[in-house]
Design a binder for this molecule. Structure first.
Ligand SMILES: C[S@@+](CC[C@H](N)C(=O)[O-])C[C@H]1O[C@@H](n2cnc3c(N)ncnc32)[C@H](O)[C@@H]1O
Length: 202
């Protein structure tokens, strides 16, 4: 993503972080931000929690930017930077309390395997919030402006758009993961986030 796209999106990251905080109340333990890019969502969530943060991306330049931004934000959380592909996560089973991933799923070569890997490394009772969008707390006016810009950018690049609604449901079905649901940012929009709540062992 270009630096100008990041600049436009900057107000959205704290809002999505607050939504994740409010919805899941996971404030301690291990959190992995997958496809972290410049690290902004993970950084905003770290600021309002005591989570131990893992910033993960398969692109070393992205991780370099994430590291720089983490340092500039003077986080007091324990932080790690992990270069890895989502389809082969270097973590043990049942490792993470929370997995977040915004705007990355659409670029994964094997989305089914990526989601299965996320489910594997989640602790029983852990949550994953994976997908894309601007979050529920982004005001309507800002949403309209940003979505228009993004659509233009993608059309210029010949991008066909993101999986949502029925297509995303089909993807989730192929993963075979139980306790999954789709979430959307607004009432009239199809779901474009996947929430996984890993079942607790009985
Ligand atoms: C559009 S950026 C989104 C960055 C950030 N999450 C955000 O919302 O600002 C997508 C990121 O996903 C990463 N990515 C794409 N495919 C990946 C994969 N298979 N494994 C890990 N990271 C991946 C890219 O390198 C890029 O940094």
């Amino acid at each position: 993503m270009s630096e100008s796209s990041y600049r436009n999106l900057m107000p959205v990251y704290p809002l999505i972080a607050q939504q994740i905080f409010d919805d899941y109340q996971v404030i301690n333990g291990k959190c992995i931000d997958i496809g972290t890019g410049s690290g902004y969502l993970g950084i905003e969530l770290a600021k309002i929690t005591s989570l131990e943060m893992y910033f993960l991306d398969f692109d070393s330049d992205a991780l370099h930017r994430a590291r720089k931004n983490v340092v500039e934000n003077e986080l007091s959380n324990v932080v790690h930077f992990v270069e890895a592909d989502v389809t082969s996560l270097p973590f043990a089973d049942n490792f993470a309390d929370l997995v977040i991933s915004r705007g990355s799923l659409w670029f994964w070569q094997d989305q089914v395997k990526g989601l299965q890997e996320i489910n594997r490394i989640l602790k029983p009772g852990g949550i994953a919030f994976v997908g894309g969008g601007l979050g529920r707390y982004t005001p309507h006016t800002m949403r309209k402006r940003l979505k228009g810009r993004r659509r233009e950018e993608l059309e210029k690049k010949g991008h066909k758009g993101f999986l949502k609604g029925v297509e995303l449901e089909e993807l989730v079905r192929k993963t075979g993961i139980a306790n999954c649901c789709l979430l959307s940012d607004a009432e009239n929009e199809p779901g474009h986030w996947i929430e996984i709540t890993k079942a607790k062992e009985s």
